[in-house]
Design a protein around this ligand. Structure first.
Ligand code: AHM
Ligand code: MG
Length: 327
């Protein structure tokens, strides 16, 4: 009898395998995901060659958030738009880098909305630090048409049908959830495919690492300051901060601990964006057994009011996020 080697599972294959367990695991949805995998493979290949291709550096303009756009940011944004813009089931594309959403298909055929941060942590590009792409997928309400595009987009994170991220690090890793656990894939550059590395990834329930930009500590809310004091003096914690949310989150997902980006008097809502960063990572965290809060409420319950809204973020191991909230 012939022995068949263990099977090779790509992201799209994996989504189809979830059929039955996951209501979104349809061939149509898998086709949408293939747009994301294609775009992030192209971005990964550019990130690897960035130093050779003169795409490091500033593009000479500021984005809608008032930040300087890096060339690679623009490339990543264009690539996602090109790879997703022609998938018939995508109705609206929303990017952290663009002021306005792109309406691509009428509501009847374009039933999904894809939101993304094309290149998170881009201020780190020049220093060869890990960066990433974050994505979030929502259903579009077919009853709402015409000018009401923004109200379609402003859905709380608990309505996400899928979300995930790709980290361009020592290897390129994709993590996604469609509401049935978190699954991780590693890009094999020699064959250009993401291969299943781990199914049902679980975040450790506890972890003694905190991750925040401590330079801002004196402006943090008192509760967070008391927590950090406890973590250092009594908790025996260590500190890790890369300054690239995807990378800080990915480490927290694997090793446990807590990532904090609180508000300050100058920026009461912090820096991170609800729709492109906090919501998708909160969905992944919860599906892995972790937790995400803005200090007052669950991130996934927040009703967005504007597209580029920011939010304080406390995300990570369930016990650690709960502990922060007790302070
Ligand atoms: P970006 O999406 O423009 O790259 O900005 C978000 C980044 C996050 O990746 C990271 O967590 C944060 O900004 C770091 O901010 P700071 O430099 O204030 O610590
Ligand atoms: Mg970002």
């Amino acid at each position: 009898m012939t022995t068949i080697a263990p099977r090779i599972t790509t992201v799209e294959r994996h989504m189809l395998d979830l059929n039955g367990r996951n209501p979104h695991a349809t061939p149509e949805f898998s086709w949408l995901m293939s747009g994301i995998t294609l775009a992030t493979k192209i971005i990964a290949s550019y990130v690897q060659r960035a130093g050779l291709m003169e795409i490091i550096g500033e593009a000479g303009r500021v984005n809608v958030q008032g930040e300087v756009v890096q060339k690679l940011d623009e490339f990543a944004n264009d690539t996602l738009r090109r790879c997703l813009g022609y998938r018939k089931n995508i109705g609206i594309l929303v990017s952290e880098e663009d002021e306005e959403p792109h309406v691509i298909q009428e509501a009847e055929s374009g039933k999904y909305i894809v939101l993304f941060d094309p290149l998170d942590g881009s201020s780190n590009i020049n220093a060869n630090v890990s960066i990433g792409t974050i994505f979030s997928i929502l259903h579009r309400d077919p009853a709402v048409t015409g000018n009401d595009v923004k109200s379609q987009i402003l859905q709380p994170g608990c309505k996400q049908v899928a979300a995930g991220y790709v980290i361009y690090g020592s290897s390129t890793v994709l993590a996604y959830t469609a509401g049935a656990g978190v699954h991780m894939f590693t890009l094999d550059p020699s064959i250009g495919a993401y291969l299943l590395a781990e199914e049902n990834v679980k975040m450790p329930e506890t972890g003694n690492t905190y991750s925040c930009n401590e330079a801002y500590e004196k402006n943090f809310p008192n509760g967070i300051r008391r927590y950090l004091k406890w973590a250092k003096e009594d908790g025996g914690f260590s500190s890790r901060y890369i300054g690239s949310l995807v990378a800080d989150f990915h480490r927290t997902l694997i090793r446990g601990g807590v990532f904090l980006y609180p508000g300050t008097p100058k920026a009461p809502e912090g820096k991170l964006r609800l729709l492109y960063e906090a919501n998708p990572l909160a969905f992944v965290a919860e599906q892995a057994g972790g937790m995400a809060s803005d200090g007052e409420q669950r991130i996934l319950d927040k009703q967005p009011t504007t597209m580029h809204q920011r939010t304080p973020l406390i995300i990570g191991s369930k016990n650690e996020v709960e502990r922060v909230l007790t302070f």
